[in-house]
Design a protein around this ligand. Structure first.
Ligand code: SF4
Length: 361
């Protein structure tokens, strides 16, 4: 047996990959072999017929941002005529529209807007929690949390405790990009550094707020830096166990200052597969269909992903970067069935919801 075949075999059986072996596997295994090993691992962890998805929406409540990442086409700097911030009534109207379509997860996420005080978020979350008690507020990136803490001169823990009391239940893993300083300095020099991202996650998880983790790949990072990113996440998960899922998605370059080329479908599938094998302490790997589209998102289900993500009823950040993909509940369910699985609606915490499917079996 070759060394690569031996690594595939042991990681498919659930044994931990070292960083060096992770890099080797990522680079040297054939796509078919790494996909097969990842699918085997996923099937051992989730032997049932179901693939889950969540009915969710993303409300981009402000595009004003003082961080100015070069890969971002969504933000407008402070004072820009196209800058906007939604009123609470605007956000609540969008929440209502989404809930009317079955949404149980609301992601409120936007720029790091220095004009918005903590009370903007507290009042907003309290209203949502009061008017829509059945939805999970899964909102705010680590950068937004740090922006609020800076503006209010408060420790992260106090900000999170206050927001949690107002109704914030969990945090998305946004803003991670690649947790390697060289990359962050090049693509988001004004963003919080790696340690700060990890600190926010650590504190949130300690306070009892589950979080997801993400990776935006395909900008300027190397293969080693992709695996380093996974390694950093795996280490924190060893410490806290607080991540519910990992969501790798790729950079959409078309309308951003950074520009560049869109990554390939083969690269996307390889990242999904190595994520499943390397992140041996993460239960769920999501197919991030929003950037690669439904067809590649479907293939991800055979390369290690066990979850189809969400409906993302409304979203602007990757759309403004040139992304054109969208999907209805029926599309997601059809895609899951075509891959040989049974669709199931879940909540934010990956618990199955007793909720009717949009399409007949
Ligand atoms: S990615 Fe987020 S933090 Fe960076 S510029 Fe865009 S909105 Fe601001």
């Amino acid at each position: 047996m070759s060394e690569i075949a031996a690594l595939l075999e042991s990681s498919a059986a659930g044994r931990r990959l070292s960083y060096q072996d992770g890099v080797r596997l990522y680079r040297e295994a054939s796509l078919h072999d790494i996909g097969q090993a990842a699918h085997r691992r996923r099937s051992d962890l989730f032997p049932g017929p179901e693939v889950s998805y969540v009915i969710d929406t993303t409300i981009n409540y402000t595009n004003v941002c003082n961080v100015h990442c070069s890969f971002c086409a969504f933000f407008r700097p402070e004072g820009h005529p196209e800058g906007y911030t939604m009123t609470h009534d605007d956000v609540l109207a969008r929440v209502k529209w989404s809930v009317d379509q079955g949404a149980t997860q609301i992601m409120i996420q936007g720029g790091v807007n220095p004009d918005l005080p903590l009370t903007y978020y507290v009042d907003l979350f309290e209203r949502i929690a009061r008017e829509f008690p059945d939805v999970d507020i899964h909102s705010l990136s680590t950068s937004e949390i740090c922006g609020i803490a800076k503006r209010e001169r408060m420790p992260i823990e106090d900000v999170l405790t206050t927001l949690r009391a107002a109704g914030l239940k969990s945090l998305p893993g946004a803003g991670a990009e690649i947790l390697v300083e060289r990359v962050r300095r090049r693509i988001s020099a004004r963003k919080i550094d790696n340690d700060r991202w990890l600190d926010v996650m650590r504190v949130a998880q300690r306070l009892g707020m589950p979080t997801t983790a993400t990776m935006m790949f395909g900008s300027i990072e190397t293969d080693e830096e992709r695996i380093k990113h996974l390694d950093v996440l795996r280490e924190l998960q060893d410490e806290t166990g607080g991540f519910t899922a990992f969501i790798p998605w790729y950079y959409v370059p078309y309308k951003t200052p950074l520009k560049g080329k869109e990554t390939t479908g083969l690269d996307y599938l390889r990242v999904i597969a190595i994520s499943r094998l390397y992140l041996d302490n993460f239960a769920h790997i999501q197919s991030s269909w929003l950037t690669p589209g439904m067809k590649l998102g479907q293939l991800a289900l055979l390369f290690g992903a066990d979850d189809m993500g969400g409906t993302i009823l409304e979203e602007k950040v990757v759309t403004l970067a040139g992304n054109t993909n969208s999907a209805s509940r029926a599309d997601l369910e059809r895609t899951i069935r075509q891959a040989g699985y049974v669709p199931a609606v879940r909540d934010t915490y990956f618990q199955k919801r007793d909720y009717p499917l949009a399409t007949p079996a």
